[in-house]
Ligand binder design. Sequence first.
Ligand code: ATP
Length: 505
Amino acid sequence: MDFKSIIAHCKEYGFIFQSSDIYDGLSAVYDYGPNGVELKNNIKKYWWRSMVQMHENIVGIDAAIFMHPKTWKASGHVDAFNDPLVDNKDSKKRYRADVLIEDYIAKIEAKNNKDVEKAKKKFDNFDETMFRSTNGRIIERQTKITQISKRMADAMTAGDMAEMKQIIVDLDIACPISGSKNWTDVRQFNLMFSTQLGNIAGEEDKLYLRPETAQGIFVNFLNVQKSTRQKLPFGIAQIGKAFRNEIVARQFIFRMREFEQMEMQFFVQPGTEMKWYEYWKETRLKWHQSLGTPSEKLRFHDHDNLAHYANAAADIQFEFPFGFKELEGIHSRTDFDLKAHQELSGKKLQYFDPDKNENYVPYVVETSIGCDRMFLAVLSNALQEETIPDSKGNDSTRTVLKIPPTLAPVKCAILPLLKNKPELTSKAREVFESLKGSFNCQYEEKDAIGKRYRRQDAIGTPYCVTIDFDTLEDGSVTLRDRDSLNQTRINIDDLKGVLFNKLMD
Ligand code: ATP
């Protein structure tokens, strides 16, 4: 489904609303509605279960959003958490210079993919790898991509904003809105929001809204290690809000100014970090696949331009409706953060290794995924328009959200066949009451049954239970499966057990 339809669906079915909608909204800030909050909580639960509950050596914390201002000095965020900003003088639109260049690269990539698709159709036994490595035009474009990427990575690493501007000029990049090439200089822009502690404004009392949850983990490293008596390697996981004053935020919940991260910092012996980096790359990719995300919609993208704290970094990219973009980052952060906090605080942040009988600062491998981006990935992968037969056997279309049952906001809808038959509605209520303690259920009696099925399909409810006149006779109900549309009769007494088995699959 296209991006616009996904956004409209989110509003219509109570997944996501623009923040402060009645005041015409607040840019790049969103609220989750009744179905959205369920889906988001389920994503968080699924992540927490697989990272914390399933790993004996990973424990959780929930650190405060406000932290001592020195935290952000030590972490490098005060000095280096910048994005390169550029304005178009004619359209007055603001852009991230690196994103303009990345979009330029994506267009070249798209041309290559188009050529591959064409050739695929032309030749039997088509060998894509061979084609890509031998076709002259593709090689030429690929070389150009590599050159531009390298040039940009060097400029970003050096913080050379004049060179960033020169790349835009050399590539003849135009403003996507006005087509104008009249650019300002490229400037660094710090992404942290600041506020103050107490009511006296001044540098001393300046506080930041955390731009990542990771630092709450680093400053608690010893508290957690000592209180849980974990041995290396072990991890600390956290889910929480982060805030970034993004320069451009025009992509719905993909890029927000207030968002939620699910992060895990894995502390390891120095020298073993590359092994763990590879381990977490693979493990995290499998996590996405386990949720039914097709492999062809996922890919790794290694960073050319490493952040100030990293010695290796890769993104897991997902094919969003606007192309392959970062969904999750896996970063080998070395001992940068713990060492920096140790220096600035004057407190030791070292691990005593009983096997080696020595103290050292551990190295860190991080997995960091945006909960909201995951939400968008799940939704854009699962939302589909489908043609199905209606009750008379004619073709009809339905919008269906084919999400895994474990993520579904509502697990089961209880539907009396007719609204104005008290014997049906009271029986349906009885069934609802018996199930609601075990699963998130919904009782619905308004509108014709077909319409109610459609509404449940649109929010991804995997099962509907219909109570009809036969129910009153023999105690059986119809269980309808969202994906196969199969309807089976089962006894009310077996309903909870059957649902439990199906939802645990
Ligand atoms: P980008 O390059 O897209 O700005 P990033 O590399 O700055 O992202 P990280 O600092 O690695 O992102 O943050 C880890 C994860 O947090 C990202 O993979 C993404 O899922 C999420 N994230 C980062 N910024 C935002 C944002 N503004 N809105 C929503 N999610 C975000």
